[in-house]
Ligand binder design. Structure first.
Ligand SMILES: *Cc1c(COP(=O)(O)O)cnc(C)c1O
Length: 361
C-alpha cells in the first residue's frame, strides 16, 4: 500500500526547511564548539523517585528557586521546556493567523521565524544595522500596527553584541497596548548587569526569555523560563501543555539553583569570559586570514575570514566542530566559534595561526 504524504501534510510544512540545529548538522570530532554549550558538565543525581503521578504544571519548588535567583516574583515566572518552547508558546497565544505578524531582526536566532512559519504566522524581517548590529528602531516601529510580538535577542546570537537598552525602551513605549517586546536573554549570565529583569515591573509589555541551557551547563535538561507581567503569564498558562516539566527535570533544575551551584556557575562564567578575551586577542593578531573579529559579551565569537570554507575544513580535519554562519544575512564568510575550555581555545588558535601563516608566507 502506498500513501502520498505530501497530500496529507500542511503545505507550509511540506516546504519547511527545518531548524539546522548543531545536532542535526552533526560533524565528526571531539571538540564541540558549534552550539554555545558549556564545555564542562555538572554532575547531578536523581534520588529514587516515584513517577506514576503527573507532575505539577508549574512545579512550585522550582518557581521559588528561580524567583530567588532572579529577584522576580513567582507570579511573574512561567517555566517552559527550554526557551524554544517559550518562543512558540508566545506566538500560539498572541498571534491571530492571517492577521498578526511577528517582528525579528536578522542576523539572529533562527527559531523566531521558524516557529512563526510553522504556526502559519507571517514575519516582518527588520535587519539589524549592518556592522553595529543595533536595532533599526524606526523601521520596527513602522511594523507595530500589524504585529503582536517583537523578538529581540540580547546579547544577540550569533553576533555576540548587546542591544542598546535605550532602543529597547523606545520600543516598549511605542508598542505598549499593541505588541509585546520579547527579549531573549539566553546568554545574559555572561553579562548579567545588562539584564532587563528590573524593567518587568515598569513595562507590562516586556517579556524576558531565560534558559538553563547555556551558562548553567544544562542544555540536555530542556528547561527555560518566561519572566513577564502577571497578565501575560496568566494567559500563557491557558495555552501551555498540561505537564511540560517532568519530575526529573524540575528535580535537577532545583539542584542547579542551589547557592553552591549558582556560585559554581558564576565561576565557570568568569573563566569562560577570560577565555573569550584571550581568544579574541589572539585572533586580532591574525590579520592575514581574518577580515574582522566581532566584539562579544557572550560565550561565542563571530569571525569573518577571507576564506571561511578553508578554515572550517581545516578545523574539521582536526576534529573541531564550529558553526558556519555564511548563509545568514550580512554574514558571508563568517564562522561562530563557541568558547570552550582553555585547552580547546588553545587548540583552535594553533590551527588558525597555521592558516594565517600560510597566507602570510
Ligand atoms: C540556545 C538558544 C536558545 C534555546 O534555548 P533552549 O532553552 O535550549 O531551548 C534560545 N535563544 C537563543 C538566542 C539561543 O541561542
Amino acid at each position: 500500500m502506498v500513501m502520498n504524504i505530501e497530500k496529507l501534510v500542511r503545505k507550509n510544512i511540506w516546504k519547511l526547511i527545518p531548524y539546522q540545529s548543531a545536532r542535526r548538522i552533526g560533524g565528526k570530532g571531539d571538540v564541540w564548539l558549534n552550539a554555545n554549550e558549556c564545555p564542562v558538565p555538572n554532575y547531578f543525581q536523581l534520588n529514587h523517585m516515584m513517577l506514576n503521578r503527573y507532575p505539577e504544571c508549574q512545579p512550585e519548588a522550582l518557581l521559588s528557586c528561580y524567583s530567588s535567583y532572579t529577584g522576580i516574583n513567582k507570579e511573574n515566572i512561567l517555566i517552559t521546556r527550554g526557551s524554544d518552547e517559550a518562543i512558540e508558546l508566545l506566538i500560539k497565544t498572541f498571534c491571530e493567523p492571517n492577521l498578526d505578524k511577528i517582528v525579528f531582526c536578522p542576523p539572529t536566532y533562527d527559531m523566531y521565524s521558524i516557529s512563526a512559519y510553522i504556526l502559519g504566522i507571517e514575519s516582518h524581517r527588520v535587519p539589524l544595522l549592518n556592522l553595529s548590529w543595533q536595532l533599526d528602531v524606526n523601521s520596527i516601529i513602522k511594523c507595530i500596527n500589524d504585529s503582536k510580538l517583537i523578538y529581540i535577542c540580547n546579547p544577540n546570537n550569533p553576533t555576540g553584541n548587546l542591544i542598546n537598552i535605550e532602543d529597547i525602551i523606545i520600543l516598549l513605549k511605542a508598542s505598549l497596548g499593541r505588541a509585546l517586546v520579547i527579549v531573549d536573554e539566553a546568554y545574559i549570565e555572561f553579562s548579567p548587569i545588562n539584564s532587563l529583569t528590573n524593567l518587568i515591573n515598569i513595562y507590562p509589555n516586556l517579556v524576558i526569555l531565560r534558559t538553563l541551557s547555556k551558562a548553567f551547563a544544562l542544555a540536555g535538561l530542556r528547561c527555560g523560563f518566561i519572566l513577564a507581567n502577571v497578565n501575560v503569564v496568566d494567559v500563557l498558562l491557558k495555552v501551555i501543555n498540561p505537564y511540560p516539566i517532568s519530575i526529573p527535570t524540575s528535580s535537577i533544575a532545583i539542584q542547579c539553583l542551589s547557592k553552591k551551584n549558582i556560585s559554581d556557575m558564576r565561576s565557570k562564567v568568569f573563566n569562560l569570559n577570560l577565555n573569550r578575551l584571550w581568544f579574541m586577542n589572539q585572533l586580532k593578531l591574525m590579520n592575514c586570514c581574518i577580515d574582522h573579529v566581532f566584539c562579544s559579551v557572550a560565550n561565542y565569537i563571530l569571525i569573518r575570514f577571507f576564506n571561511s570554507k578553508k578554515v572550517f575544513n581545516m578545523l574539521s580535519k582536526e576534529g573541531i566542530i564550529v558553526r558556519d554562519q555564511g548563509s545568514k544575512l550580512y554574514l558571508n564568510n563568517c564562522i561562530r566559534i563557541s568558547i570552550g575550555t582553555s585547552k580547546e581555545c588553545i587548540k583552535v588558535i594553533h590551527i588558525i595561526r597555521k592558516i594565517n601563516n600560510l597566507y602570510a608566507g
